[in-house]
Design a protein around this ligand. Sequence first.
Ligand code: KMH
Ligand code: ZN
Length: 276
Amino acid sequence: MAHPPMVITAAMVGAEVMPKDTPYLPITAEQIAEDAAKCREAGAAMVHLHVRKPDGTPSQDAELFREAIRAIRARCDILIQTSTGGAVGMSVDERCGPLTLTGADRPDMATLTTGTVNFGEDVFWNPRGLVRDIAKRIRALGIKPEIECFDVGMIDEARYLAKEGLIDLPAHFDFVLGVPGGVAADVRVLDFMISYLPEGSTWTCAAMARHQLPFVELSAERGGNSRVGLEDNIYLSKGVLAKGNYELVAEAAKRAKAKGRRLATPQEARQLLRLT
Ligand code: KMH
Ligand code: ZN
C-alpha cells in the first residue's frame, strides 16, 4: 500500500541549544517567522515551537508565544505545535503558558510528554499528576496533543490517559530517540515502538544529533513522519552547521522524496493527524 504524504515538523528553537552553540538559532519572533516561512517553502507542514527571551534564555511566556505565532501566521500557513515541555526545572503553570492563548492565537497542537526521563545530567520531570494536568489543559483548549515518547513506557501511559478520558485514541505520537537517559536512536527501537502503538495511531520520529537525518530515511521507508531542526541537531553534515532550520528541512525533504515520499501540506497534515 502506498504511504501517505510525510509530515515534516521543524523543531526550530528548543530550550537547550544556545546562541553560543550556533549563530543560526532563531531567537526573536521575526527571526523565528522568517525561518519558519523558509521551512514551509522547503517542505515542512508544521513547526514545533519554543520561544526565548531577548537574551536567548528559554521561556514559556504566553506573550512571547503570541508574538511568535502572529509573526509566523503573518508569513505562511504552517501549522504551529507549541511545547508544554519548556525547559527542565520549569513549573507546570510556566510550561503551560502557550495553552492560555485562544482565538486567532491558539496553537494548532501542543506536546504532551507522558513520563519522567533522565535528560542528560538533568531530569525532565513528568510525574503522572502533572501529565494529567497538562492533558486536561490541552483538551480544554480544544486542540490535540502530540504524545512525546522519550521511552517505551510513555506509549503505555497514553493508553492509561485514554482510559481516563484525557486523550483520544488513536493519537499522534513522537518517538524521541537518542536523548542521553532515554531510549536509543536505534532502528530496532523504532520498529518496536511502531509495532507497539495503539491501533490506527500516527507517528513521527525525532532522532537526536547525528541520528536526525538518517532517521528521516528510516521513517520515510516505514510510512511515518519526521521531525528535524535545530532543537535536536545543529549540524547539516559532520562539522557543518545548518544555516537555519530550513536547511535541515530541505535535506529531510530531499531524503524523503528519494525514498518515494511526497510531502504533506499543512492542510493535508491537519487531516492526517486528525487536528480540529
Ligand atoms: N526541552 C525539553 C526539556 C517538548 O517540547 O514538549 C522538553 C521538550 C519537550 O522540548
Ligand atoms: Zn521541544
